[in-house]
Design a protein around this ligand. Structure first.
Ligand code: LMR
Length: 337
């Protein structure tokens, strides 16, 4: 072997040894992050952003595999899968914790309880939100953050302008007793269905209408099945980002700290894009020409609010008088500023 070839061989051996030395000495810690919405939604984009931030912050010691659109687990399965450790991270809607026995999360489902996102953030980013996440620990779950989606619109195949328009309609809801009471207060019949069943249920007539932020409505192609949409902003839909507690507590502390930082950054991103994502989805629905969009006037919204206020009283025993009072205080303090 001539001298040049000999030096080239030495160089290859050296560089691959160096690469091995720099690479993580053991296989990466894998976080399977499963969710039920399209990748092109506030939650879908925030999950991808968390992946990028987490892998960078841990120098590749952690790999986050995001599984959108029910690829791994559907609504009814994902929480149990997390508790069993089959997945490590989820971001379920706040309306989906009642069946787990943490009914206080349904405070977020109360109609017209948040006059603005600012009041909402006072709750989710303050002691009330932290107290709610703590309640998950007895279920083997650690709550890491609240991610925003947006205020909900109503849809059906007839115009929905007054509470009376809902009479007799079968309306799809998430599995929340507060949402059940909300639809009954409007004279509708609530039908709790998993998110992935909604399109089919609209197509087959199992349900007549839905409620969701525009980003979910559009990415699930509900505008193909619903001729009317009312911008009512009558309720809120957001998420709790949660991990399996045993997995989280078992992480090396340096890794956990790095992931907490990545989650804080991903949360800022999630809340920053949510409003725009929903505005763009509403515009895309309008451009599709398949769904007539109606925006409630202030007077009409006040009529809806009056028709729905009784739900607060009715659900107080379920949510808790003190928690309800804390959320009202957050709202009135803001209103007073
Ligand atoms: C729904 O079931 O309508 C939503 O919770 C879906 C989601 O996760 O945004």
């Amino acid at each position: 072997m001539n001298l040049v070839a000999w030096f080239a061989a030495i160089a290859v051996i050296f560089s691959s040894a160096q690469a091995r030395a720099e690479a993580p000495s053991q296989a990466p810690i894998v976080i399977k992050f499963s969710h039920v919405v399209a990748a092109d939604t506030p939650k879908g984009k925030a999950a991808e952003r968390f992946k990028q931030l987490a892998e960078k912050a841990t120098g590749g010691r952690v790999r986050v595999d995001v599984h959108p659109n029910n690829q791994l687990y559907k609504d009814k399965e994902e929480l149990e899968a997390l508790q069993l450790g089959a997945v490590q991270m989820l971001a379920p809607s706040l309306a989906k914790f009642g069946p787990l026995g943490v009914r206080e999360f349904e405070v977020f489902d109360l109609p017209y309880i948040f006059p603005s996102k600012e009041v909402l953030y006072r709750v989710t980013e303050g002691p009330v939100g932290q107290g709610l996440l703590k309640k998950l620990e007895s279920k083997g779950i650690t709550g890491l953050a609240f991610w925003d989606n947006g205020f909900k619109v109503m849809s059906s195949n007839k115009p929905l302008r007054t509470p009376a328009d809902f009479k007799g309609l079968k309306m799809r809801i998430q599995p929340s007793k507060v949402l059940d009471a909300q639809m009954r207060a409007l004279g509708a019949s609530p039908q709790a269905l998993s998110f992935n069943e909604v399109y089919q249920a609209l197509q087959s007539g199992v349900v007549d209408g839905t409620e969701n932020p525009p980003s979910n409505f559009y990415t699930q192609r509900m505008h193909e099945m619903q001729r009317h949409l009312t911008v009512s902003n009558h309720g809120y839909l957001g998420y709790a980002v949660i991990v399996n507690k045993k997995f989280w507590d078992g992480l090396p502390s340096g890794i956990r700290t790095a992931l907490e930082g990545a989650m804080r950054e991903a949360t800022v991103y999630a809340n920053a894009i949510a409003q725009k994502e929903n505005e763009e989805a509403l515009e895309a629905i309008r451009k599709s020409g398949k769904t007539t969009i109606y925006v409630l006037s202030d007077k009409e919204r006040e009529e809806w609010r009056r028709a729905l206020l009784a739900v607060h009283r009715e659900m107080e025993p379920r949510i808790g008088k003190d928690l309800l009072a804390e959320v009202y205080r957050a709202a009135s303090v803001y209103a007073g500023r």
